[in-house]
Ligand binder design. Structure first.
Ligand code: A2P
Length: 320
């Protein structure tokens, strides 16, 4: 199996990359080094993760003239945060990520979410009552500024994250450069069958974030279902002499979805790349597909009138 997908931009993107969301400073550098040393050639980053400088520190040790890898060998993605959607802020935000990562260009730059927050330095601008301050910048305007980054050679491709099918179409209807990728939450409990078919039909590649169900997300509740502990996965894993994580990652890549498992544990980082030496039967692929329960883990909630509600649900560009 070819461990790459070809994007509409013509670039080849490795099907498995290292995720860095939730990887704490102090841990992420050695995680990136471990990944590069065991064959990863794709690192997924974002300004909002607060660790791009440390990721850059690892890249500097392995990538570049006189190092083991040349810049062209590695596919690096970053994302524009919600406070930087304004046309005048996009280039500076991109240049900041480049400076932190120590790179002269990104392979892929994504709009992290379709909702824009109030401009400024604060990651989560909030009012006194704790609610988020939005701005009315439309993601279509942000896209125009993203396209300029391609013209200027700062990024090789641009794309979206957390956009629904209608929003993907909205961008395509006005784009000079089509979005190469839509990166969304996807795992066996949220298989995203409709969104995947739609994106593929319009030539947009899909990357799965939280491909293993993000058991370490900060707001996980004690009684939530834990994907990697699902006994049905355990049974399949035993059959192939693989781990539950490897079975899940193989399911992703076998259906043509790029995945970016996060780990800061060297043995798991290595294990997560070993998914190209076995093949799930059609029956097992279907069985894993049947685990879908439309379970979205990555929607931070807030308490309102004694009830937990989705934080951004009232925003006109909220995608879900
Ligand atoms: P850790 O970073 O401590 O190794 P996701 O990519 O879906 O966000 O999932 C990340 C979570 O899954 C982290 O808690 C990570 O732990 C854990 N994880 C990553 N790879 C494996 C693996 N092969 N087996 C078990 N847990 C894993």
């Amino acid at each position: 199996m070819d461990p790459f997908v070809t994007l509409s931009s013509g670039q080849r993107m490795p099907l498995v990359g290292l995720g860095t969301w939730k990887s704490a400073p102090g841990q992420v550098k050695q995680a990136v080094l471990a990944a590069l040393d065991c064959g990863y050639r794709h690192i997924d980053c974002a300004a909002a993760y607060g660790n791009e400088e440390e990721v850059g520190g690892a890249l500097a040790l392995r990538v570049g003239p006189g190092k083991e890898l040349s810049r062209e060998d590695v596919f690096v993605t970053s994302k524009l945060w919600n406070t930087k959607h304004h046309l005048e802020d996009v280039e500076e935000a991109c240049r900041t990520s480049l400076a932190h990562l120590g790179l002269s260009y990104l392979d892929l730059y994504l709009i992290h979410w379709p909702m824009a927050f109030q401009r400024g330095k604060e990651l989560m601008p909030r009012r006194g009552d704790g609610s988020v301050c939005y701005s009315d910048t439309h993601y279509r305007d942000t896209w125009l500024a993203m396209e300029r980054l391609v013209d200027e050679g700062l990024v090789r491709a641009i794309g979206l994250s957390n956009f629904n099918a209608r929003q993907v179409d909205d961008i395509i209807s006005m784009a000079r450069y089509k979005p190469a990728v839509n990166q969304v939450e996807c795992h066996p409990y949220l298989s995203q069958a409709n969104l995947l078919s739609h994106c593929w039909a319009v030539g947009v590649c899909v990357t799965a974030y939280s491909p293993l169900g993000s058991g370490d997300r900060p707001w996980a509740l004690a009684d939530e279902p834990r994907l990697l502990e699902d006994p049905r996965l355990g049974a399949i894993a035993q059959k192939y002499r693989k781990t539950a994580a490897q079975v899940v990652l193989r399911w992703h890549v076998q259906r043509g979805v790029v995945c970016i498992p996060k780990s800061v544990t060297p043995s798991r980082i290595e294990q997560n790349m070993q998914v190209f030496d076995f093949c799930l039967s059609e029956e097992d692929m279907k069985q894993i597909q049947s685990f879908d329960r439309n379970e979205r883990f990555i929607v931070p909630t807030v308490e309102r009138d004694g009830q937990r509600v989705w934080r951004d649900a009232e925003h006109p560009h909220f995608p879900f």
